[in-house]
Ligand binder design. Structure first.
Ligand code: ADP
Length: 819
C-alpha cells in the first residue's frame, strides 16, 4: 500500500509541473505577441524605434477642383471627384533639426511622384521612366537624402495618377541612414513572417511529396496545397512594402506577382477537387480552364501594349470569386449528402480561407493603401493547419484500422496453426492403424492359399485403401488451403509415368468394359523435370472420375506437345521447356451446363440424384484445380450432358532429355503386380534393425521383409535402439520410426551419430513417417537421414529402398539363384 501512495504522489507532482510549464508557455507566447506589436511602456527608453520621426501633420494640399488649399495629415486619400485634374501637390516646411546623413522615405502607390525641396527636384518616379508599365507604376519607396542645410526649407511632393479613383498618400518618415528602412521592415514584419512560413512550408511539402508520393496513398491534396502555399508566399513577398530589398527589377517583380495572384484560385480549385474525391470535377474543370486561358491572355495583352495587367486584373478577380463560389457550392452539396464527413477539418479551413480571400479582394478595391496579402496569408495558414489536423485524424483512423486487422490476422493465424497441428497428429493417428491393416492384409494375402480368405483380404485391402485415399485428400486440401503444399520437382520419364497410370486404370476400365486408350504424341521429350507425384495425382483424379462416371464407350487420355520454349534457370542458365497439353475424354454421363461452375467447389458433388450410388466426396476436382494453379495452369472443361466430358489442362515442364519418346507402348515394362507377389531378390546376409514403439507396426514391417529373408532385429524405443547398436555387430540398415514417446526418431538418430563405434558410412538410416505435412521432407533430409519412407509402407517402395541402400553384394537376385 505505501508503495501505491508514493506512486500517487509522484503522479500528482508530474501533473502539476506539466500544467505549470504549459501555463508558462502560453504566457510566453502572449508576451511575445505583445512585445512585437506594442509601443514602449511608461518609463522605458525607446529602444525599438531607432529614432525615426514621421512628417505626418501640417501638409498643405493643393490641386482641388475649387482651387482651395487644405491642411491634411498622412496617411490620406483624396477622391478624384474633388480634384481638378489627376495631380495633387502637398507641401510643408522641413524641421529645423535636420542633420547630415539623414534620409526621408515617401511611398508611391502605383503613381507618378516627384519630390522637390526648396523648389529643386530631388527625386522623381515617373511613368515615362518605364517602358513596360504604361500608367500603373509598381509601388515603391522613394528615398531622399537630406542634410542640415535642408532644415526649415519647404518640401513639395507632386503626385499624379490618371486612372485610380483616389490618390493615396502614405505616411512619410525621416531619420538617420538605415533607421527609416528599419521602420519599414518593422511595419511589414507580420507580412514577411507569414510569407516566409508559406514559402518554407510549400517548398518542403512539394519536396516531401516528390520523395514519398508512393507511400502517401492517394493524399494528392498535399501536393496541391503545397503549390498554393508556395504561390501565396511568393506573391505576398512580391507585394510587400519591402519588395525593393528583395527584387532588383520592379517590372519583373510586378509581372510575377500578377501571374501568381491570377492563378492561385485555380490551384485552390485543384486542391479542393482532390480533397472532395473529384466528385464535383466538372465545375472545377471549367473554372480552372477559364483561369488558365484568361491569365495567359492577360500577359499577351500586356506585352502587346493593348491593356495592362492592372486593368485586366478585374477579370481575374471575377473568375476567382466565381471559383470561390463553386467551392462554396460544392461544400454545401457535400454537407447535404454527408460526404463532408470525409474532409470536415479541411472544409472548415477552406471556408475560413475563402472568407479571407474575399476580404483581400474587397480591401484591394476599397482601401487605396491596402496592404497586400495579410488576409489571404492568414487564411492559408489556417488552411494548412486544418489540413494538418485532417491528416493526423486520417492517420489515427488508419492506425486504428491496422490494429484491428492485425488482431484479426493473429486470431486467424492461431486458428490455422491449431488446424495444422490437429491435421499432423490426425494424419499420424489414422495412418498408423491403417498401416497395420494394409500390412497385415498383405501378409495374409502372401501366406494363404485359401480362395475364400484371399477374397476377404482383397475386400479389406480395397476398403483400407479407400480410407487412405480419403485421409490423403483431406490432408492435401488443408495443405493447399494453408499454402503449405510444395511443388517438388524431380526428373522423370514422361512415358513411364503414363504407362504406370495406364496399367493402374486398365483393371478398373476392364471391370466396366470400357475402352481405355492413351494417345501420346511421339514428339514429346523423353525425360522432363516436374512434380510427378502431383501430376500423377491430378491424372489419377481425372481418369478415376472418367471411369467412375462412364457406363459405356471409352475413356481416352491424350498428351501432345504444343510448343517448346526457353526460360532462365536459377543459376542464370537457359533451360528448355516443353508445353504439354493433356486431356481426359470420356463418353459418360456428362455434366449439366449450370453445374460446371460449381464442380471445383470443395465437398460439392453435382447431379446427386443420379450419382448417389457412385462413391465420392466431392474433393477430387477441387484438389486437382488447386494443384494445377500451384503449377501455374488451370483446368478446362467441355461437357455435353448425357454425351460425355473432356477435362484438359496445359503443363510446362523443364526438359532434361529432348529425345522424342517415340511410339507409346504402355506394356513395355509389364506392370509389376503389387499384391501377393514375391520379391525378385533375397537378402539373407543383410542385418536390419527396426525401431518402432508400436508393436503392430513392427510386426507388419517384419512381415513385409520376411520373404527377403534378412536378419531382423527389433527395438521398441529409441533407447532400445541405441542399446542394440552398441551391443550388436554393425547393421546395414536401420528403419527408425519418427513419432515415439520419450526419445523420438530424430533425437535417437542424433544420439546415434554421436556414438563411438557407430559407422555412419556403413549403416544407412531411414526414417519411417506418417507425418506428410509440408516441410517434413526437407526437415528429415537436413537432419541427415539417408531417406524417408512414408507410412503405410508400400511393399514395392520398401523393396526399392532396400535395393537402393543395401550393399549390392548382399543382394541375391532370383536369376542368380536359378543360374
Ligand atoms: P467425387 O469424389 O464426387 O468424384 P470430384 O471433385 O472428383 O468428386 O467431382 C465432383 C463432381 O463432378 C462429381 O460428383 C461428379 O458429379 C462430377 N464429375 C466429375 N468428373 C466427371 C466426369 N468425368 N463425368 C461426369 N461427371 C463428372
Amino acid at each position: 500500500m505505501p508503495n501505491k501512495a508514493k506512486e500517487g504522489f509522484g503522479e500528482i507532482i508530474s501533473k502539476v509541473s506539466g500544467a505549470i510549464l504549459n501555463i508558462l508557455l502560453c504566457s510566453g507566447i502572449v508576451l511575445f505577441l505583445y512585445a512585437a506589436l506594442a509601443q514602449p511602456m511608461k518609463g522605458e527608453p525607446e529602444v525599438g524605434n531607432f529614432a525615426v520621426e514621421y512628417l505626418n501633420d501640417g501638409w498643405e494640399l493643393s490641386g482641388l477642383k475649387d482651387g482651395e488649399k487644405q491642411i491634411i495629415s498622412l496617411p490620406a486619400s483624396i477622391e478624384r471627384d474633388a480634384l481638378k485634374g489627376s495631380t495633387v501637390i502637398i507641401s510643408r516646411t522641413l524641421p529645423e533639426n535636420l542633420d547630415d546623413g539623414m534620409n526621408l522615405l515617401a511611398r508611391s502607390i502605383m503613381q507618378d511622384m516627384v519630390i522637390y525641396i526648396d523648389g529643386a527636384e530631388r527625386v522623381s518616379y515617373r511613368t515615362n521612366d518605364f517602358v513596360e508599365m504604361s500608367e500603373h507604376l509598381p509601388s515603391a519607396f522613394l528615398e531622399v537624402p537630406i542634410s542640415s542645410k535642408d532644415s526649415g526649407k519647404t518640401i513639395s511632393i507632386v503626385i499624379t495618377h490618371k486612372k485610380r479613383s483616389a490618390v493615396a498618400i502614405e505616411k512619410i518618415a525621416y531619420g538617420y541612414g538605415g533607421n527609416t528602412w528599419y521602420s519599414v521592415f518593422r511595419d511589414s514584419f507580420a507580412t514577411i513572417v507569414i510569407a516566409t512560413i508559406l514559402i518554407i512550408f510549400g517548398t518542403a511539402s512539394i519536396i516531401s511529396y516528390v520523395l514519398i508520393r508512393n507511400r502517401i496513398r492517394g493524399r494528392n491534396y498535399v501536393f496541391y496545397l503545397a503549390r498554393i502555399l508556395l504561390i501565396a508566399g511568393l506573391w505576398i513577398l512580391g507585394e510587400s512594402e519591402l519588395r525593393q530589398m528583395f527584387f532588383g527589377s520592379p517590372v519583373v517583380n510586378t509581372i510575377f506577382s500578377y501571374i501568381f495572384i491570377e492563378t492561385i484560385t485555380a490551384f485552390g480549385a485543384m486542391f479542393f477537387n482532390s480533397t472532395q474525391n473529384y466528385e464535383h470535377s466538372k465545375l472545377y474543370s471549367v473554372m480552372i480552364a477559364l483561369i488558365a486561358f484568361q491569365s495567359t491572355l492577360n500577359l499577351i495583352l500586356q506585352f502587346a501594349g493593348i491593356a495592362d495587367l492592372y486593368e485586366t486584373l478585374i477579370v481575374s478577380h471575377i473568375l476567382s470569386i466565381a471559383t470561390l463560389a463553386v467551392t462554396a457550392y460544392s461544400i454545401i452539396a457535400d454537407i447535404r449528402n454527408g460526404h463532408i464527413r470525409r474532409y470536415r477539418e479541411i472544409a472548415i479551413g477552406m471556408v475560413f480561407a475563402i472568407s479571407m480571400g474575399l476580404f483581400e479582394v474587397i480591401s484591394f478595391y476599397t482601401k487605396p493603401n491596402h496592404v497586400f496579402g495579410v488576409f489571404l496569408g492568414l487564411g492559408l495558414v489556417a488552411l494548412v493547419f486544418a489540413s494538418f489536423i485532417q491528416t493526423l485524424h486520417d492517420e489515427v483512423l488508419v492506425a486504428q484500422e491496422n490494429v484491428k486487422l492485425a488482431e484479426a490476422e493473429e486470431i486467424a493465424q492461431a486458428a490455422s496453426d491449431a488446424k495444422g497441428k490437429f491435421l499432423a497428429s490426425m494424419s499420424h493417428e489414422i495412418r498408423t492403424p491403417v498401416n497395420a491393416i494394409v500390412g497385415l492384409g498383405e501378409m495374409i494375402d502372401r501366406e494363404t492359399e485359401e480362395e475364400k480368405t484371399k477374397a476377404y483380404v482383397a475386400d479389406i485391402k480395397s476398403a483400407s485403401s479407400t480410407l487412405l485415399d480419403l485421409i490423403n485428400d483431406i490432408l492435401d486440401l488443408s495443405k493447399l488451403e494453408s499454402g503449405k503444399m510444395d511443388i517438388i520437382e524431380s526428373e522423370y520419364r514422361f512415358a513411364d509415368m503414363l504407362a504406370e497410370l495406364y496399367r493402374m486404370m486398365k483393371f478398373r476400365a476392364d471391370d466396366k468394359m470400357l475402352d481405355l486408350t492413351f494417345e501420346v504424341d511421339s514428339e514429346l521429350p523423353t525425360v522432363v523435370i516436374g512434380d510427378t507425384k502431383r501430376i500423377r495425382q491430378i491424372l489419377i483424379n481425372l481418369l478415376t472420375n472418367a471411369v467412375k462416371y462412364t457406363e459405356k464407350g471409352y475413356v481416352k487420355l491424350s498428351a501432345s506437345l504444343i510448343g517448346t520454349d526457353q526460360i532462365t534457370g536459377e543459376e542464370g542458365n537457359t533451360v528448355n521447356t516443353a508445353r504439354i497439353r493433356i486431356s481426359v475424354k470420356d463418353t459418360g454421363m456428362g455434366i449439366k451446363h449450370e453445374d460446371i461452375g460449381r464442380l471445383t467447389d470443395k465437398y460439392v458433388r453435382v447431379d446427386e440424384r443420379r450419382n448417389r450410388n457412385i462413391e465420392g466426396t466431392g474433393l477430387g476436382l477441387a484438389i486437382t484445380c488447386e494443384l494445377l494453379n500451384l503449377m501455374g495452369s488451370e483446368l478446362k472443361l467441355e461437357s455435353v450432358y448425357g454425351k460425355g466430358s473432356d477435362f484438359g489442362f496445359e503443363l510446362v515442364q523443364k526438359v532434361k532429355d529432348a529425345t522424342p519418346l517415340g511410339k507409346f507402348d504402355p506394356d513395355v515394362k509389364p506392370g509389376r503386380k503389387t499384391s501377393g507377389r514375391k520379391p525378385s531378390f533375397t537378402i539373407p546376409e543383410a542385418r536390419i534393425l527396426i525401431c518402432d514403439d508400436n508393436d503392430m507396426n513392427i510386426k507388419v514391417f517384419s512381415g513385409l521383409l520376411k520373404n527377403m529373408h534378412p536378419i531382423i532385429y527389433k527395438a521398441a524405443s529409441g533407447k532400445a535402439c541405441l542399446d542394440m547398436v552398441e551391443k550388436e555387430d554393425p547393421f546395414d540398415l536401420i528403419f527408425l520410426d519418427h513419432m515415439m514417446p520419450e526419445m523420438d526418431g530424430i533425437m535417437t538418430f542424433e544420439r546415434l551419430c554421436k556414438m563411438e563405434g557407430f559407422d555412419r558410412d556403413k549403416t544407412k538410416v531411414i526414417i519411417l513417417t506418417a507425418n506428410v505435412i509440408s516441410g517434413a521432407r526437407q526437415q528429415y533430409m537436413q537432419t541427415g537421414f539417408d531417406d524417408y519412407l512414408e507410412k503405410p509402407v508400400i511393399p514395392a517402395a520398401l523393396e526399392a529402398m532396400i535395393e537402393k541402400y543395401l550393399d549390392p553384394s548382399k543382394i541375391v537376385r532370383k536369376e542368380d539363384e536359378e543360374g
